[in-house]
Design a protein. Sequence first.
Length: 145
Amino acid sequence: MKTVRQLLDEKGHEVKIVSPEDSLIDAMQQMSSNNIGALLVMDGGKLVGILTERDFSRKSYLLNKPLTDVRVNELMTRQVAYVSPDYTNTDCMALVTEMRVRHLPVLDGDRVIGLISIGDLVKDTISEHQFIIHQLERYIYSTPE
């Protein structure tokens, strides 16, 4: 199994962020234009939350005010599950399953160095399984009878 560091080296370390005081509409437009499901909420270089499509769909109607007046800090999740670069894919899969989340910020100390999604984890798992299958097929078909 790959480590989170290896996964980030392959997919990239770019992370889309918003400020807690940014408008919810701007944040949702950023998610839409980048075709992503989550933004990290940063304040002065520090991770203070995460805003996901799920936060929007489950919490926005509770505010009882126009969406144009809503700020990110009103809907963001403040308790963020995160991983370090030396976590494995298996560690991450267990965490997303247990915590019922789809995105895991990657922190090296207090510094955000990336974001791993459940899609990244599944893609890597499938790739590893395909590699093992290919190796087994090569072994089976190259063995004399």
